[in-house]
Design a protein around this ligand. Structure first.
Ligand SMILES: CC(C)(COP(=O)(O)OP(=O)(O)OC[C@H]1O[C@@H](n2cnc3c(N)ncnc32)[C@H](O)[C@@H]1OP(=O)(O)O)[C@@H](O)C(=O)NCCC(=O)NCCS
Length: 199
């Protein structure tokens, strides 16, 4: 578990935030969070989707309240996607999103992935974490063929398949290179974000 003892006075007044892997009991709170943005911003998730994917999720808790979430979906041997990153509207801007992403990026390093993809409207936020916009993704023919057979809606968006284009309109495709594994120290979760090195 990593903790975010605070960046701003608002966060301090409201108490510390802890980021940890999600539990099955968190799924209804994650659903409520995703529902705040589901549609053009985040892919809709049913409870069934979330229970089956709960092992991909991290949550940020303030006390017993789930205030943020995010997920990591491994796509191929060297690449994953960070998805479903959300902070409750009333606690945005307090470092919660960064803390969730930092925990996920630590796991990306532990898994030995070299690249992390995100499809998002939040370009400034992800740029602050070291992500850069991309036009093309370098994937092997084998990876492309295999990924095309996935039933995962997010994978279809990752591949930019024609039938999902209406959902992805206006989103930016971004990539973080993890050539240098991120520092897992929770210290950097307490300060305003300093960009991770982009390779
Ligand atoms: C994107 C999103 C998750 C960010 O959540 P958040 O909790 O507001 O994020 P943070 O507070 O960490 O960062 C937001 C801003 O606050 C600033 N900030 C304030 N206090 C901070 C602190 N203590 N630590 C880090 N950043 C802090 C950051 O610099 C950041 O500025 P930037 O966006 O210009 O980089 C949130 O806006 C959201 O839920 N959006 C809708 C869903 C979405 O689009 N998700 C992304 C697609 S997967």
């Amino acid at each position: 578990m990593s903790s975010l003892p605070d960046g701003s006075s608002t966060a301090a007044a409201a108490g510390p935030v802890a980021v940890d892997r999600a539990r099955a009991a968190d799924v209804r709170a994650i659903k409520a969070l995703v529902d705040c943005y589901a549609g053009p911003v985040l892919l809709e998730k049913t409870l069934a989707n979330l229970y089956e994917d709960v092992t991909e999720f991290w949550v940020a808790r303030r006390g017993t309240r789930v205030v943020g979430c995010g997920a990591l979906h491994v796509l191929w041997e060297d690449i994953g996607e960070i998805r479903t990153v959300a902070t409750l509207p009333d606690v945005r801007g307090q470092g919660i999103g960064h803390a969730v992403c930092a925990a996920i990026i630590d796991e990306v390093g532990r898994l030995g992935l070299r690249r992390l993809f995100v499809l998002t409207f939040e370009v400034t936020f992800f740029a602050g974490l070291g992500f850069r916009p991309i036009d093309e993704l370098d994937l092997t023919p084998e990876a492309l063929t295999e990924l095309r057979s996935s039933y995962d809606a997010g994978v279809a968006e990752f591949l930019d398949l024609p039938f999902v284009k209406p959902n992805t309109l206006g989103n930016t495709r971004m990539l973080l290179h993890l050539d240098h594994p991120p520092d897992p120290s929770p210290k950097r979760l307490t300060a305003p974000p300093s960009p991770l090195p982009a390779g």
